[in-house]
Write a protein that binds this ligand. Structure first.
Ligand SMILES: [Zn+2]
Ligand SMILES: [Zn+2]
Length: 254
């Protein structure tokens, strides 16, 4: 089995309003060098979406990052590695709004949607629904049911609105009805991520989806260059759940 590409990696640009390098440590070049040394053919640089106060890439910087990647590609493509510009956008509205403006999408090769605490919600209702209930649902089961319902609906609405390539760590931080979400991703060919870093998708969640022919990706979610391409934990979960490995889009099976 061979990993073709790692489609979820962060660099110093995931730094929000803080000093660069606090949240993720490497540069784009650092991540690319590691990807190349591990024999990958593609790597996506996927900073946190702009609404994340602590970690988000400022939206106005996207064109400059695009240019940097274009320049680096002139050097790396002849060596066998293509660098993609992605973004790990945040779900910020109950109506499925994510924190990337329509016009920024033209710069992006790979669009991820995820849910993270610390993103600024679209409005007060969104804040209460998406960001108030999820932390509360950890201790209050009465909130959990409502949170799952609202989260799942919001994820599904986002899939209908945007050309989302992959959902990062689905079910981590915001619980979802994974079967309902899985059905919807199948319609659009959107991949569900099996993360090496996060608990979701868990073995149990993958098992619930086995009947459906869904697309998956295994990724590192590297925040340090040395973690780029580390997907062993994700592969282990897939195998433990008896997932047919040909459903994982970014590996080649010998
Ligand atoms: Zn994430
Ligand atoms: Zn991430």
């Amino acid at each position: 089995m061979k990993l073709i590409g790692d489609y979820h990696t962060h660099t110093v640009y995931s730094s929000g309003f803080r000093k660069e390098g606090k949240h993720a440590t490497g540069t784009i070049r650092d991540n690319a060098e590691v990807a190349l040394s591990k024999g990958l053919r593609e790597i996506a640089i996927t900073e946190h979406g702009p609404s994340h106060y602590l970690y988000g890439l400022r939206e106005k910087r996207i064109p400059a990052v695009r240019e940097e990647i274009n320049r680096l590609n002139e050097e790396f493509i002849p060596k066998g590695l293509k660098i993609l510009l992605g973004v790990e956008s945040n779900l910020i509205g109950l109506d499925g709004t994510i924190d990337i403006e329509e016009e920024s999408l033209k710069y992006i090769d790979f669009l991820i949607m995820g849910y993270h605490y610390g993103a600024t919600p679209k409005g007060i209702r969104d804040g209460l629904g998406l960001y108030g209930l999820n932390p509360l649902s950890k201790c209050l089961s009465i909130c959990e049911k409502k949170a799952i319902e609202l989260n799942t609906k919001a994820y599904i609405r986002a899939l209908r609105k945007y050309p989302i390539d992959m959902i990062s760590h689905p079910g981590s931080k915001a619980k979802v009805d994974i079967v309902e979400l899985g059905k919807e991703t199948k319609k659009y060919g959107t991949a569900l991520e099996i993360s090496s870093k996060h608990s979701q998708l868990s073995v149990e969640s993958i098992k619930l989806l086995l009947d459906m022919d869904i697309v998956y990706m295994v990724n590192s979610d590297a925040h340090r260059p040395e973690d780029v391409g580390n997907v062993e934990n994700a592969i282990r979960k897939a195998k433990e759940a008896n997932l047919p490995l040909n459903r994982i889009k970014n590996i080649e099976i010998n």
